[in-house]
Design a protein around this ligand. Sequence first.
Ligand code: FAD
Ligand code: NAP
Length: 518
Amino acid sequence: QVPLKPGRSLMDWIRLTKSGKDLTGLKGRLVEVTEDELSKHNKKEDCWICIRGFVYNVTPYMEYHPGGEDELMRAAGTDGTDLFDQVHRWVNYESMLKECLVGRMAVKPIAASKANILMTLLFAGVLPEKKVLASSAKDLSPRIHNKILVILSKLLILSLVFKSSNYDWFQTDSLITIVIYTKQKDMNAELVTVDCQDKQLRGEIIMDDHSYLVEVDLECAVSEDVAVNIAEKVGKVEIILNKKDNIHWKRLGQPCEGHNTFIKRTDRGLFYRKCKLVSKTEVTHDTKLFCLMLPKGTHLRVPTGQHVYLKQVIAGTEVVKPYTPVLPFLPLDFQEPPHHDAVHIYLMIKIYSHGLFTQALDHLQIGDYISVSNPEGSFKKSQVQTSEDLLLLAGGTGFTPMVKLLNFALTEVSCLRTVKLIFFNKTEDDILWRNQLEQLALKDERFEVQFILSQPSKEWIGKQGKISSSLLSEFVKRSRRDSKVLICICGPAPFTEQGVQYLKDLGYSQEEIHAFTA
Ligand code: FAD
Ligand code: NAP
C-alpha cells in the first residue's frame, strides 16, 4: 500500500463512480477493443487495462489505487489478468470499475466458445486430443490456435494427473451419496467445502494448488443437512444428501458451468455463502469478536493460517476484505482432544474510525447476514510439524493467524519444545487477549509471551520499542544451537517486511520464516 492523497479513499472513489461523471471518456458507449487499440492506451493520462476480456479505462482510478499508480501502470495497454490474479484476485474489480468499462476485447465469439467446448470435451475424455486440435484448427486464427495448443497441453497433463479421480453417485430411498476418489493420501475435512442450498450443490476439493469442483443443479429437492465423510488414507470423499421425498432420481441433476473440472486453485472464482451474525463481543476498546454462523447446508473449515474474504455492498459497490478466523478463546487445557466447532466462524476485527469496511461491519445487527468466501492462504501446517522452536511475531491484529497456530502447535505438535509469542502493540489497552495469553504461559511451560509497546504510558514497566534488529536478536533465539526453528510474522505490511529483513540479517533462512501477507 502507498499513502493516498486526502480525498482519494475507497469511499471517495465510490462517490465519484456514483456522480454520473463520464469516467471512460466514451459518453456511455461500449466499444470492441482490438489488441492494437489497447496497446495505444498505455500512458497515465490515457490508460486502458484488460481484465478477463473486459477493457477498463483506469486513468480516473489512478490516484485511488491503494497499491499506487506505478503498480497499475505495470499493466497499462495490456492484458493485466495474470498480474491482477497474482496481486489481488479477490478484489471485486467488476463492481469497483464498472463505470470505467470501455468494452470487450475483440475476439471472434464463435472461435472462443468453440474452443471452450472442445477443451471441455477433451478434459472430460469425450474427444481425443487429435480430434480437438483438428477441428479447432479449421476456424481459429493462428494466434488463438497457438494459445489453445498451449492450454490443451496443460489440460492434458492435468487430466492425466487426475485421470481416474472422478466422481460417482448412488442413491437409496432416502439418501444421495456423491463419491469423489481424489487418490490423495492426506485428504482431510479442511480440504473439502460443500454448499447445498435450494437444489444447488457445490462441492470443492483442494488438492495442493488445484481445485476439483462438483457443481450441479440437483434433480430433486434435498433437506438442508449435508454430511461429508472422508476416508483419509485412500482419499475418498463422500457428500451425503438427504432426499426430501423418497423418490427415485433418474440423474443427479443438471451440471453447472464449472462442474467436474480440475483446475488451478487461483483460476477458480471465489465462492461466497451468506452467514448470519450471531454475536459481537468486545475484545478491546476498538476490536471485536464477531461470531458468524454458517448456513445448515454448508461444510466449511478454515485451515490454520488461512483467511476468508468478507463481502459487503457499501454505497452500491461490492467491497471485499480478508480476515483470519480465530477460536472463540484460547483453550488452556491441552489434555482434552481439540474441539472442532464446525458451525461457527469467529473473527477478531479491529474497527477503524475511518475504515470503510469495518465501519460497515460494526453497523451490522445480530441476525444480519454477510457473505463469507472459501478459505485461502499459503500457510501449511507441515511447516510447524517438524519444528522444535516456534516463534510468533505479531503486530496488532496480526495476532489473528497466531491464535489457531498456537492452539495447533501446543495441541498437536509433539516435537515442539518452545513456543514464543512476541506481541507488538501501541499501548497496553491495545493488547488482544492479554489475560488469556498470560494464563496460557502459566499453564504450559513450553509457551512464553513477550509484550512490546511502541507508545507505552509512563506506568509500563515491560519492554518498549518498535520491531528492530536489536529487539529481535534479544527475543528470537533457538533453544539449542542447531534446533529446527519456524518464525511466523504478521502485522502491518511495513512491520512484516522489516521484520523479515531483520530476521534474514540475523541469519535465519527463507525456509525458517513464514510471513502472512494478503
Ligand atoms: P480502510 O478503509 O482500509 O482503512 C483502515 C485505516 O487505514 C483507516 O484509518 C484509513 O484511514 C487508513 N488507510 C487506508 N488506506 C490508506 C492509505 N492507502 N493511505 C493512508 N491511510 C490509509 N484485520 C482484522 O482486524 N482482523 C483480521 O483477522 C484480519 N485479517 C487479515 C488477513 C489478511 C490476509 C489481510 C491482508 C488483512 C487482514 N486484516 C485483518 C485487515 C483487513 O483486511 C482490513 O484491511 C481492515 O479491516 C481495514 O479495513 P477497512 O476497510 O475498515 O479500513
Ligand atoms: P497497529 O495497532 O497500528 O500496530 C501494531 C504495532 O505495529 C504497533 O506497535 C505499531 O507501532 C507497529 N507498527 C505499525 N506500523 C509499523 C511500521 N510501519 N513499522 C514498524 N512497526 C509498525 O496495527 P493494527 O491497526 O492492528 O494493524 C494490523 C495490521 O495487520 C493490518 O495492516 C492488517 O492488514 C494486518 N493483518 C494481516 C494479516 C495477514 O494475514 N496478512 C492478518 C491480520 C492482520 P507504531 O504504530 O507505534 O509505530
